[in-house]
Write a protein that binds this ligand. Sequence first.
Ligand SMILES: Cc1cc2nc3c(=O)[nH]c(=O)nc-3n(C[C@H](O)[C@H](O)[C@H](O)COP(=O)(O)OP(=O)(O)OC[C@H]3O[C@@H](n4cnc5c(N)ncnc54)[C@H](O)[C@@H]3O)c2cc1C
Length: 437
Amino acid sequence: MTRSTGRAVVIGAGVVGSAIALELARRGWDTTVVDRGPGPGHGSTAASSAVVRFTYGTVAGTAMAYEGASWWEHWVDHVDLPAGTALTTFVQCGMVFFDDPSGLARASAEVLAEVGVAHEWWSVDELHRRLPHLATGSWFPPTLVDDPAFAAPAAAELGGALFTPEAGYVSDPQLAAQNLADAAVRAGAAVRVRAEVVAVERDDRRVRGVLLADGTVLDADVVVNAAGPHSTVVNRLAGVLDDMRVSMRPLRQQVTHVRVPEGAIESVARHPATADLDGGIYFRPDHQALLVGGVEADCDPLVWLDDPDAFDLELDAAEWEAQAYRLARRIPGLGVPHDRRGVVGVYDVSDDWMPVLDRSSLDGWFMAVGTSGNQFKNGPIIGHCMAELIGAVRDGLDHDREPLVVRGPYRDLDIDLGTFSRWRAVTDEQRERGVLG
Ligand SMILES: Cc1cc2nc3c(=O)[nH]c(=O)nc-3n(C[C@H](O)[C@H](O)[C@H](O)COP(=O)(O)OP(=O)(O)OC[C@H]3O[C@@H](n4cnc5c(N)ncnc54)[C@H](O)[C@@H]3O)c2cc1C
């Protein structure tokens, strides 16, 4: 018997949209996910460093990331694809977060304790013992490479580090989205690629469907905006921007790949992911290389985009230099590579760097947007939360007055979706501390 609870269209087949499509299809929705790109996961998902960490400033954000990691731990069962299908993997190498004068690692530990995330404090001696190749000086605050302070001896030592053993990274983020999209198809969804939404069909109160560039109209009871850095462009098509207190802006981002010379670091592949806010970078292993990204240090210029499609795909030399030299200072045995390698991508940044996971003023129009460079890890659990929200609103929940709390199925943690409301007030403290590390 075919059962359908309604017609749903998801705009965007990144890790978020593909996960939403899978969860909706498994709940009986007649689901279509559309993407203007050549396949699932070719947007920001493809450029993602895919670090899975738990260091967020809010209880809801931390609970979501901790629950979310369980999806990666149970990936094979979750996607349930035929034997022989290439699957992404979760490398649970742990994560160290250096304790620097900003105090963010200590603030994070408090939230981890409140949520019940396993963590340890390493003294600086312990840090030396575990990761002897690291320089443990503190140069805080981060500086540009041509600043004389960059080459000066460290003024102090790091205070130690916060270690979360269950953190890690996902080996192939684009494949993760592909796995989710394939699972969605097995659950009955349709995936349409090279299919761009160019208009939204609506009446005064409700969304009715979407118009594709090739002239096809897809009728729908529910439409979900999961368009990544195009989220504002797509929300504008639906006419829902006036009702939002949180806005989104695309931001260009660059990640440097540093090949590790043979023998320079033993077992690079198992090196923990590392948040070095003291030095202005994060890094994580990638086979015999390290990926190095920026952490939006005050000295680093941010490249905001007016148009999410208009950005330079070439590596920026100054940014590459900052990341490579900062890593070389932290791991002196590494040196600076001769060749420039890396990837360029775009974040969909919200005012407080937290996502908007919500309904909108237009009935039937939902949003999973503003992922702000830190929600790859949560793609699968966002799928779960959005499908729960869409079902609850269909069944009559007034989410705006009584926000849905979703119980995580793996760790029994409550995730208050009110935290991710489009109406939340954004304070300076949230802006600073919403996303730690
Ligand atoms: C360089 C970089 C490093 C990152 N590192 C991490 C990390 O370490 N850990 C972490 O958790 N997160 C990280 N992130 C963030 C994470 O990758 C994103 O939050 C996540 O991938 C967003 O997924 P998405 O599905 O929302 O967006 P996307 O992957 O961008 O997918 C959106 C899709 O919508 C499609 N689309 C847009 N407009 C339309 C339209 N009109 N019609 C049809 N389709 C449309 C696009 O083609 C695209 O495929 C990083 C991001 C970048 C760029």
